[in-house]
Design a protein around this ligand. Structure first.
Ligand code: ATP
Length: 425
């Protein structure tokens, strides 16, 4: 982990928090920071998670001091178990000092909060003072919530950026860090790598691996990762700018072999592609969902501007709802069952009728763990897409637990819409 001349700057993340070690909160900050380090061209060497105990944070920092930059997450609040600043001061071997401008800013913020909620302002005094203590000589990052971040050089040489735990606060403060001169010098030294992402749907990881090998692999100096995630396969090709030509050649080889299965070359969410595809036809969309119970509609609604396309949906979990709200006939339910191609078709057509949407997509399946049969095992899911131009059914048997089946079923429905609403060539 040594800081080498001419090498990419090295980085480490220290995540603090008992709730993370206990599995009560899932760590989101190290993933965010890892992606940011990769984007900026840092080499991330370690991610370490420690408890809230000051000696654990100190030990963690000492393990990491040989990198260029350590970023810590969490433990900046007003309570007794927020000890990161004290631990960082200990490792930097400097005392804590009151930072008056921060105290004034926090007092201001908490006074407004106290007034709104009818809480005595005095109850914030001790906490505000604690949060305004910073290591001597530290660069102070203005609070996003109520705690400031700091940037300080540790004894051992690493620059340490101390950021808050709540992900939205950490992300905002990470961007503010760009103004800190020592950090921006490291960013300058790093220089971003050239990179190209290819997102592939409708084929196997092995087929992508074969296409990669046939295209020459990483022989030309690229560094490629192939990762299956949420039913798609993500290929990330990275290269030093000097190897740009190798990156372009590899990407061209993958494009030639994977063709239309590459559906995206950026990291916009799948749902944005669905909205774009339906919107490009001037159509609207509605979902009829049984086992996914609203996941499809909810995922689309997460994208700003969804209202231009999404008109609504029906959560038709019970057969009566499939019948009464979507018009799935008793005959279909009796002859084929609620989990069938026929029921899925009737649901998609029914939701178009019920909402007036141009496009209806339906999902009906057995998420498990009970309810499977030999003919229709757990994981069996039927889909149907109904548009002004086509009726298209699809059926899969998915592995995985209830949560996976529901998530993957929603993802499959979204891909179905994305792939089949495009205008005929
Ligand atoms: P606060 O001032 O809100 O106390 P803090 O910087 O002291 O912020 P923590 O007390 O460590 O941060 O965490 C506050 C909350 O932020 C946690 O309860 C959790 O919900 C969220 N959080 C903290 N760390 C993480 C993380 N690594 N990933 C996701 N969420 C986190």
């Amino acid at each position: 982990m040594s800081r080498g001349d001419g090498e990419r700057p090295s980085a480490a993340v220290l995540v603090t928090g008992n709730e993370i070690l206990l599995g009560l909160t899932q760590d989101r900050n190290s993933g965010y920071l890892a992606r940011e380090f990769d984007r900026l061209g840092f080499s991330l060497r370690r991610v370490l998670t420690v408890s809230d105990a000051q000696d654990e944070i100190v030990r963690g920092l000492r393990e990491l001091v040989s990198v260029d930059l350590v970023v810590t997450s969490g433990g900046l609040g007003p309570t007794h178990d927020d000890r990161t600043i004290a631990a960082v001061a200990e490792v930097a071997d400097v005392p804590l000092e009151l930072h008056e401008p921060t105290l004034a800013a926090i007092n201001d913020r908490t006074a407004g909060f106290a007034r709104q909620r009818g809480i005595p302002v005095s109850s914030f005094e001790a906490g505000n003072r604690k949060q305004s203590l910073v290591p001597r000589g530290a660069y102070v990052l203005a609070p996003v919530g109520t705690a400031p971040g700091v940037v300080v050089a540790l004894d051992g040489g690493a620059l340490c950026a101390v950021l808050p735990g709540p992900p939205w606060e950490l992300e905002r403060m990470w961007h503010d860090l760009a103004r800190e001169p020592r950090f921006s010098r490291l960013v300058e030294r790093a220089g971003a790598l050239d990179r190209q992402i290819l997102r592939v749907y409708g084929t196997s990881e092995s087929a992508v691996a074969n296409a990669f090998a046939e295209s020459g692999g990483d022989e030309g100096g690229t560094v490629t990762s192939i990762c299956a995630r949420r039913l798609e396969i993500e290929v990330l090709v990275r290269a030093e700018p000097a190897h740009r030509a190798a990156l372009d050649a590899l990407v061209a080889g993958l494009r030639e072999r994977l063709g239309e299965r590459i559906y995206a070359t950026d990291d916009r969410p799948l749902e944005a592609y669905v909205l774009e595809a339906v919107g490009a036809r001037g159509w609207t969309l509605a979902a009829a969902e049984s086992c996914t119970a609203g996941l499809v509609a909810s995922r689309i609604a997460a994208i700003p501007g969804a209202s231009a396309v999404l008109v609504g949906g029906v959560v038709s979990y019970a057969n009566e709802v499939k019948r009464d709200l979507l018009g799935v006939s008793e005959a279909v339910l009796a002859a084929h069952g609620a989990v069938s191609a026929e029921a899925a078709a009737a649901m998609a057509q029914g939701v178009r009728r019920a909402t007036g949407a141009d496009v209806g997509v339906s999902v009906t399946g057995i998420a498990g763990p009970e309810g499977g049969s030999e003919e229709k095992p757990v994981g069996t899911v039927f889909f149907h897409l109904s548009t002004p131009e086509l009726e298209h059914g699809h059926h899969v048997v998915m592995p995985g637990g209830r949560g996976d089946v529901r998530d993957w079923a929603a993802t499959t429905a979204l891909h179905l819409v994305r792939m089949h609403v495009a205008a005929p060539a």
